[in-house]
Design a protein around this ligand. Structure first.
Ligand SMILES: Cc1cc2nc3c(=O)[nH]c(=O)nc-3n(C[C@H](O)[C@H](O)[C@H](O)COP(=O)(O)O)c2cc1C
Ligand code: SF4
Length: 519
């Protein structure tokens, strides 16, 4: 039977993939041409969704963006054997946007049926776990350390070092918690993995559990991802049934159990200690550190906390070896990063590349420039706490250290582009307002400072004592950076100050005014 792929990814569903899948199945029955409609993840070429793929003798060919109304015409054109049609894209893997990528973490996303164990195994799945079962915990941790993998959730802390702390802390019960809160604006790579290849996350978490001696894992998932929740639950059930989870993983007598927990919707619940509070059934409030969660985390026990992408990258390391992964990247930023292109771009979507690709390459070679056709004036990278980069910084390579050097951050790899109609004073105000709304309220610089910050920016915009208020804003930002308990209050000044420094004219300030350092 001919396999036709129609994504079940939320991005594809939001533009009508469900109706397309139904139309393909119905039309096939009506015409007596049996097809097997497989609901895959998205390839990440979002402007082409719903992207329908057909498995032909010459490989998988794509058609997109397809609407339900196009389906009958596609059958008429013989799309089941790769027939010509105005929506024909040819082999998807030859589309330059896709062909130029280096897909390691996303190797299977869009290719397999996300919940099929057989598909996962066919495409190298569970090989890392099988290797890990033959190694000591310390040897697994060593592999992860040697790979140079750093946390993809934002702070870029070396994953192996975190795991080593948990491994070396004695306790009867240890945990692995996956941070799937994905609250940053312009980010969706965690969701794409959970909807498109959840088994790789399950495999990565199981390897983490075996490595540090944890027998229970939780995926802390934001409530805004109901499709991911369903896909994860189905994949977890299938992994249990196939012996990849449970009391006796692949006959090894080693145990790892896994459950999904749904958050209630707050940006701060992505901060790891607030997430633990939420998981324990309390309001998401930041905890003081120390103790580190690696020593006293969930229910006071040693806990590995990692982002979805960090954990989903682990099976590659355990399968291909630390050197294979480390060969990608630049400086201390090793491996690849699934970058998410969003905002005012022609070609928004997912681009996995080795570290070192420049912002300009992402915006133009992949993104195709702005959707409006106007010049791109600013990009915000790393979510709502990331700095705004002006055009003069577009040649910066994606590299944690290169970004720190320009007072910016790579964060979770979300890139949001704005054209020259953007008002950067309003964007600065929005950053402060976001902090005021999302503040957990535990510390004064953030709780009070962000609200006062909005007021001060309003006075600058309204030209009330502009010079004095600009100085006051800088002072306030200093206090927030130095005095906040966590990175919400500690980093909200970055977008504000980068807007002020790089785009002073939007605040009514003279462009030639001396630009102070961010900190
Ligand atoms: C306000 C705030 C929000 C955060 N949101 C997330 C999030 O949504 N997902 C995530 O993985 N990390 C988030 N983090 C980072 C986590 O605190 C933590 O560093 C991360 O989950 C550790 O995993 P990693 O080492 O794999 O990156 C956030 C941090 C802060 C301060
Ligand atoms: S900086 Fe803000 S979010 Fe973080 S602990 Fe303080 S009040 Fe809470």
């Amino acid at each position: 039977m001919i396999r036709v792929y129609v994504p079940r990814d939320s991005g594809a569903l939001s533009v009508g993939a469900e109706a397309v899948a139904i139309a393909v199945a119905t039309e096939a029955v009506t015409r007596g041409q049996p097809v097997d409609v497989v609901r895959n993840g998205s390839r990440g070429l979002y402007w082409l969704e719903p992207l329908v793929e057909v498995e032909t003798a010459a490989g998988r060919v794509g058609y997109g963006p397809v609407s339900a109304a196009d389906v009958s015409g596609l059958f008429d054109a013989g799309f089941l054997t790769g027939g010509k049609h105005r929506l024909a894209l040819g082999p998807v893997e030859k589309i330059p946007y896709f062909e130029r990528q280096e897909r390691l973490t996303f190797a299977r996303v869009g290719i397999t049926d996300p919940v099929s164990i057989a598909d996962y195994e066919k495409y190298q799945g569970f090989r890392g776990l099988r290797n890990a079962l033959n190694l000591t915990g310390a040897a697994v941790v060593d592999q992860v350390t040697q790979s140079g993998l750093r946390g993809r959730g934002g702070a870029a802390f070396p994953t192996g070092i975190k795991w080593k702390t948990v491994l070396n802390t004695q306790a009867v019960q240890k945990y692995v918690v996956c941070n799937a809160d994905e609250g940053d604006s312009g980010t969706f790579s965690d969701r794409m993995v959970m909807e498109g290849d959840p088994l790789v996350l399950i495999e990565g978490m199981t390897i983490a559990g075996l490595a540090v001696g944890a027998t229970q894992g939780y995926i802390y998932l934001r409530s805004e991802y109901p499709h991911a929740a369903r896909t994860l639950d189905e994949a977890i059930r299938n992994a249990y049934a196939a012996g990849y989870l449970g009391n006796d993983i692949l006959g090894s007598k080693r145990r790892f159990d896994l459950e999904v927990r749904i958050g209630a919707g707050a940006y701060i619940c992505g901060e790891e200690t607030a997430m633990l509070e939420s998981l324990e059934g309390r309001r998401g409030m930041v905890r003081y550190k120390p103790p580190l969660p690696a020593i006293q985390g969930l229910f006071g026990q040693p806990t590995v906390i990692n982002n979805v992408i960090s954990l989903a990258s682990v099976p590659i390391v355990l399968d291909g070896g630390a050197d294979y992964y480390k060969d990608y990247g630049v400086g201390r930023s090793r491996g690849t990063l699934p970058i998410q292109l969003a905002g005012n771009l022609k070609h928004g979507g997912l681009v996995e590349k080795a570290f070192g690709v420049t912002v300009r390459q992402l915006l133009y070679d992949f993104g195709g420039g702005s959707l409006t056709g106007r010049p791109i004036r600013a990009v915000q990278i790393g979510g709502p706490l990331g700095a705004y980069l002006p055009e003069s910084q577009f040649d910066t390579p994606l590299d944690y250290e290169a970004f720190i050097a320009i007072d910016a951050m790579v964060g979770h790899g979300g890139v949001v582009a704005f054209d020259d109609t953007v008002d950067m004073a309003r964007m600065a105000r929005w950053a402060m307002e976001f902090c005021a709304i999302e503040s957990c309220g535990k510390c004064t610089p953030c709780r009070i400072g962000s609200t006062r910050g909005v007021e001060v920016i309003d006075r600058i915009i309204a030209n009330r004592d502009r010079a004095a208020n600009t100085e006051l804003l800088r002072d306030l930002c200093d206090t927030m950076v130095a005095g906040s308990l966590c990175a919400l209050g500690g980093m909200a000044p970055f977008p504000v100050l980068s807007a002020l420094n790089h785009f002073p004219e939007d605040f009514g300030l003279h462009a030639a005014e001396p630009v102070a350092a961010v900190r």
